[in-house]
Design a protein around this ligand. Sequence first.
Ligand code: C5P
Length: 240
Amino acid sequence: MDARERIILALDVDAENKALGLVEKLIGSVGAFKVGMQLYNICGPLIVHRIQELGGRVFVDLKFHDIPNTVAAAARVMTALNCFMFNVHAAGGREMMTAAVQSVQEEASRLNCSAPLALAVTVLTSISPQQLHDDMFITNRSVEQTVVDWALMAQECGMSGVVCSPQEIAPIRQACGSGFVIVTPGIRPLWSAKNDQKRITTPRDALKLGADYIVIGRPITAAQDPREAAQKIIDELEDL
Ligand code: C5P
C-alpha cells in the first residue's frame, strides 16, 4: 500500500465548508477522511456524499452500540452510503457484531456495491485500568487482555478489524494475524505538538508495530501548511 493511502485525516471541524476546504486541500495527500460525531451530527449523511464527490473515501466514526437489530440497520445505512469504513463498540457483544457484519454483506450484495470495512472499538483509550475495574466491573483482566479478547471476539464475528491505541497494535496483531485491519489514532510525528494526546506513537512506529491505517488530525489540520505537513509524514513513511 502506498504510504499516503495509510493516512486517514480526522475532520474534527464544526462546519461543512471547513471540512470540504480540508478535503480539497488534502485529497491527493491522504487515503481517507474521518467524519466523527460532531461533523456528522451537524451536517448529516450528506457530508459523506460531498466528500465522495471530491474523490475522498470516508471513515464514518460513529461507534454504534445498541441492540443487534438497530446496529444491523445502521450498518445497512453505512453500506448504502458507500463509506470506506465505519465502527461499532465491541462491548455491544457477539450477537450485535455478527448482525452488523451480516447486514453489511446483504446490503452490499443487494446494491451490488463494495462492502465497507466494519471495525470494532475495543476499550476506549480514555478508560484507565482503575475505571475498567471500578466503573465497568471488569475485575479479572487487564486493559490489554480485555482489548485482545474483544479484538478476537470481533474477528470471530467476521468484523474486518479494530480501532485501537498504538500501545495495543502489537498484541492485537499477534493474536489476530495479518489479515485483520488495525486502525490507530494517537499519532504524533516528532516535530508536532502533542496537544491533549498522552500515549502517542510516531506514524512510522505505528506502521512498524503492525498498524494498517493511522488516524491523524491536528498535526496536519493545524499546521501552517497542511499539505506540507502531510507530505512530511508521507516522506517519513515511504522507506518502510
Ligand atoms: O487531532 P488528533 O490527531 O489528536 O485527532 C485524532 C482523532 O482520533 C480524533 O478524531 C479523535 O477523536 C480520534 N481518537 C483518538 N483517540 C482514540 C479514539 C479516537 O484520538 N482513542
